[in-house]
Write a protein that binds this ligand. Sequence first.
Ligand SMILES: C[C@H](O)[C@@H](O)[C@@H](O)C(=O)CO
Ligand SMILES: [Mn+2]
Length: 595
Amino acid sequence: MIEQYRWQGGFPKIGIRPTIDGRRRGVRESLEEKTMTMARNVAEFFSSTLRNPDGSPVECVIADTCIGGVAEASAAAKKFAKENVGLSVTVTPCWCYGTETMDMDASIPQAVWGFNGTERPGAVYLAAVLAGYAQKGIPAFGIYGHDVQDLADNSIPQDVQEKLLAFAKSGLAVANLRGKSYLSMGSVSMGIAGSVVNETFFQDYLGMRNEYVDMSEFVRRMDEVIYDTAEYEKALAWVKEYCKEGPDNNEPEGQKSREAKDKDWETVVKMALIARDLMIGNPRLAELGFEEEANGHNAIASGFQGQRQWTDHFPNGDFMEAMLNSSFDWNGIRSPYIVATENDSLNGVTMLFGYLLTHSAQIFADVRTYWSPDAVKRVTGYTLEGKAAEGIIHLINSGAAALDGSGEQTQNGQPVMKPHWEITQDEADNCLAATSWRPASTGYFRGGGFSSDFLTKGGMPVTMARINLVKGLGPVLQIAEGYTVDLPEAVHDALDKRTDPTWPTTWFTPVLTGEGSFKTVYDVMDNWGANHGVLSYGHVGADLITLASMLRIPVNMHNVPEEKIYRPKVWGLHGTSDKEGADYRACQNFGPLYK
Ligand SMILES: C[C@H](O)[C@@H](O)[C@@H](O)C(=O)CO
Ligand SMILES: [Mn+2]
């Protein structure tokens, strides 16, 4: 029930615009069917391939008629506005009149597929209209099939499919962010700059709003019983059955009594319910007489300050953050909520990017230690090998990493992190079984609580990313594709015990290119822009780059092969030999999407 409530506003749709040569008495008539067929096929392709965050198929809206001139362009725009279209794809097999048929909505991502045939000049239209987009300052993605197709061939070639998908995936992410909130629960944690929420960034670059609640709201809701007590009982019983408590790593004098720990469990379960209700609301609260609280904050992501005021006195937020970020809880398998620990809103947004592109849960972590092969050898006697041979980065933070990060979901025997609709109950159970809940380090967390402890399985392709803000420049995105790696148990133990072994660990190694910030693993660590990073499942750097270009966020570091990079056509008009510089120039030239 809470899941249905969460997504009740529905999802943005993809608008499809068949444009056509407007000349009647023969030309237009001969093209109508082919053009509309292209539109229908693209719509069918999207709806059968792409999913919304709840797992339902993405919907497309096709203009009522082919668009041969401005009257039909404007009729399509009106239809799109009514139907919640969040991105637009123009398709055509022929010459049409560029500025008369183009979609002029500068606030949504735009793409144009010009059919590569030669009976009719679709590619000429593509070039003409993209010149129009450049001139008018609306960056649009061009899709031009590599090989000539016959006019009668209604298939979508593989390379065109890839570009359509790359555009639509990122375009949908842009559209899903728009109009939502980031909810700060508390404010700045331990002076972490990412938790100084920058409203201009959220508003201008993401189209989002910032909401804030003081952490005292948790106390009020606990004391005044502003949560669904039936759900609380269910959640607590589930925790007792599935969340096994791990050994207490505190010195005896720092350990809490059994009674105090049991009380902490009650508190952390309530915190999880309350944080979720704060984010998205809960219709049960209205039935219980709390109509205002039932509304929530329309938050697609949130952050919890925790340290220090809360955690110096109350149990920490680790259970709440880890469970909400996972793809399952006491209500079963469901889409993850996005909650940033330490209210690091910039990591929170990076998690959102990863989540909206992959629909899988995210691993939030401190980028804690670069372990060179020599240092590992000195400390453990072990020689790093395989993918880890050049060195590894220890990703570890209390809270926030989704339990999916244990790597207990599988595909063809390999560990993966799946969208929630592909996860089986056994896989969810295995993630829980691989996680122990360790009494929090009371040196750091005087109020106690429980930290999730798991070790990520090696062999998963992952992408680490992070947004940083630079005064005078704005946001920049950094991306490092790589792999999770396994270490022999004794080696992991020796390295882990030098940190806080009650927290989840992921051993990560980036793919090196031999150049720039990817010359060595050390360089990747050395160029990381902040204390935190996000791991998303898969090599999704190219998608992140496309998404960043839509939002005009330049990418300051990545190891994505050049042939996979897809940005608006006009990026090339800012320079073609120095692509990184061209990206910066284009982002600066056009400025944020919602300025
Ligand atoms: C317990 C500590 O304060 C940690 O939370 C700290 O190392 C961080 O995570 C900093 O990002
Ligand atoms: Mn941290």
